[in-house]
Design a protein around this ligand. Structure first.
Ligand code: FES
Ligand code: FES
Length: 224
C-alpha cells in the first residue's frame, strides 16, 4: 500500500508548499479532456514546465486543492482493480505506490524521459503524465505483465542478448514502447525503431544496443 512518508512527491504537497505551482479552483479530472487540460495548463494552472517537450501534459502541474478521491476500475496486467484514488495521483503513483508494481520507473517525473512508459489500451503513455483517474476503465500493461510463467518475451530476450540494459533504469520503459511497436509492426527496421522510441531516453546512451535488440526481436517473430 501507499506509504506517504516515502513518497515526497510534488502531488502530495499542499498547494501553498510548492512555490513552482500556482493553483486555481479545483478541476474535476473525470470531466476534463486532454485538450481542456492542455489549455488549462496554459492559462490557469501554471507550472514551471507543465507541458513536456514531447507535448504530453504534465499531470504533476495539475492539482485539486481538496485532495478529493474518485473510485475507478482499472485492469492492470489482466487483473481488475477497484481503487479509490486521490484525484492528484498520477498513474505512475497508482501503479507503484498503491498496486506495488515498482517495475515502472520514475525518472524525470515530468514527461521527458520515458522511463515510466506503460501501455494504456495498447498505446504507450508516460504514466507520470497521466492522472490515475484518467485510467478509469482502461487496460494497462506494465513491464511486470510481459513475461508469462517465467518466460521472457522475444523483445526481453533480445535485450538480454544485446546487452540492452546498462544500469537498467530506462529498460522497463524501453521494453514497453518496443512492445507497442512490435505489436503493430512485427518486423521494424532500425530506422522505424529509432522513430518509435524517440521518446525513451537512456542516460547510459545505450541506444545502439537497444535498437539492435528491438530489430532482433522483430526478426525472431516480434512480441507474440
Ligand atoms: S518519468 Fe515519466 S517521462 Fe520521465
Ligand atoms: S540503461 Fe541506464 S539509463 Fe538506459
Amino acid at each position: 500500500m501507499r506509504d506517504d512518508k516515502k513518497q515526497g512527491k510534488r502531488s502530495e504537497q499542499a498547494p501553498d508548499q510548492d512555490p513552482a505551482v500556482k493553483y486555481v479552483d479545483p478541476l474535476n479530472p473525470k470531466q476534463q479532456s486532454r485538450r481542456d487540460f492542455l489549455e488549462g495548463t496554459g492559462t490557469a494552472v501554471v507550472a514551471g514546465a507543465g507541458i513536456s517537450a514531447l507535448g504530453f501534459p504534465n499531470a504533476q502541474a495539475q492539482s485539486s486543492t481538496s485532495g478529493s478521491r474518485t473510485a475507478i476500475n482499472v485492469t492492470v496486467n489482466g487483473t481488475g482493480h477497484s481503487v479509490d484514488v486521490d484525484d492528484r495521483w498520477t498513474l505512475a503513483e497508482l501503479l507503484r505506490d498503491e498496486l506495488d508494481l515498482t517495475g515502472t520507473k520514475i525518472g524525470c517525473n515530468r514527461g521527458e524521459c520515458g522511463a515510466c512508459t506503460v501501455l494504456m489500451n495498447g498505446e504507450p503513455v508516460y504514466s507520470c503524465s497521466q492522472l490515475a483517474v484518467w485510467a478509469d476503465g482502461a487496460n494497462i500493461q506494465t513491464v511486470e505483465g510481459l513475461a508469462q510463467n517465467g518466460e521472457l518475451t522475444p523483445v526481453q530476450q533480445a535485450f538480454v542478448v544485446n546487452n540492452g540494459p546498462q544500469c537498467g533504469f530506462c529498460t522497463p520503459g524501453q521494453l514497453m514502447t518496443a512492445t507497442a511497436l512490435l505489436n503493430r509492426n512485427p518486423s521494424p527496421s532500425a530506422e522505424e525503431v529509432k522513430d518509435a522510441m524517440v521518446g525513451n531516453l537512456c542516460r547510459c546512451s545505450n541506444y545502439n544496443a537497444i535498437v539492435e535488440a528491438v530489430v532482433m526481436a522483430g526478426e525472431e517473430g516480434g512480441v507474440a
